[in-house]
Design a protein around this ligand. Structure first.
Ligand SMILES: Nc1ncnc2c1ncn2[C@@H]1O[C@H](COP(=O)(O)OP(=O)(O)OP(=O)(O)O)[C@@H](O)[C@H]1O
Length: 233
């Protein structure tokens, strides 16, 4: 059984008299420990899928089976537990707390869960062992994103959801961030999902789910994903 099994998921938003169909009967599967890229142009419905997978939004219809449990049926309390314990989030603009140090940003995330990892150890793993007491404003964009990755990994979640994680970074820094996400999947066996509009980034994935105009247009498995070091855009 796949770790993630999305069945006939639709999401509709009502704006006054107009109905916006953000996801239209979407189905796909994702295996545990794999790296998936959800690829598509702006407005395709990618973030909507990610928000629903992360328990931040609920579908209008359809099933969202995570490890066999349909989170679309969860109440608010169950969704909070799910977001807290099972999912790590990485966003385009890092979303760090500005008046907390690097170490404190990660500690804050681990303080609300039971089985978190040691924040300092994880920060060392992402190469920030010498920046523990710096504030976000004292770090480069790439370093801030590495803090965000450490914050997500320190929760030791099964699932890592990344929404345009390199969108605000230059090429070299972006590749370092992708390398860390690849390592999270290949070495630490996290199930990693990356949203992007960049088809070059998709080359690193085990599975590419192409979404356009609210629908899944194709699902492509890559037997030999391209190593991040060999990707260029
Ligand atoms: N909360 C909301 N209320 C109303 N419409 C929404 C809402 N969230 C998303 N939409 C609409 O749903 C559609 C899909 O949006 P979504 O953000 O999922 O696309 P996307 O592929 O992630 O785009 P981008 O790459 O630009 O973020 C868009 O037309 C968007 O305007």
């Amino acid at each position: 059984m796949a770790y993630i099994d999305v069945q006939n998921e639709s999401k509709k938003y009502r704006m006054g008299d107009t109905e916006i169909i953000a996801n239209d009967n979407i189905s796909f599967q994702i295996e545990s420990g794999s790296l998936t890229v959800i690829l598509g142009p702006s407005g395709a419905g990618k973030s909507t899928v990610l928000n629903i997978l992360g328990g931040m939004d609920s579908p209008t219809s359809g099933k969202i089976l995570i490890d066999g449990t349909d989170i679309a049926q969860f109440n608010e309390r169950q969704l909070t537990q799910y977001r807290r314990n099972d999912v790590g989030f990485i966003f385009q603009f890092y979303n760090l707390i500005p008046n907390l140090s690097t170490r404190e940003n990660v500690e804050l995330a681990t303080s609300i869960i039971q089985d978190g990892l040691d924040p300092v150890r994880v920060l060392k793993e992402v190469g920030l062992g010498n920046r523990l007491d710096n504030f976000p404003s004292q770090l480069s964009g790439g370093e801030q994103q590495r803090v965000a990755i450490a914050r997500a990994l320190a929760k030791n979640p099964k699932l890592l959801l990344c929404d345009e994680p390199t969108g605000a970074l230059d090429y070299t820094t972006g590749k370092q961030v992708l390398q860390l996400l690849s390592q999270a999947s290949r070495t630490f066996h996290k199930t990693v999902i990356i949203i992007t509009h960049n088809s070059e980034i998709a080359k690193m994935a085990d599975r590419i789910i192409h979404i356009n105009d609210a629908k899944v247009r194709s699902v492509v498995d890559q037997v030999k994903p391209t190593p991040v070091a060999e990707i260029s855009w």
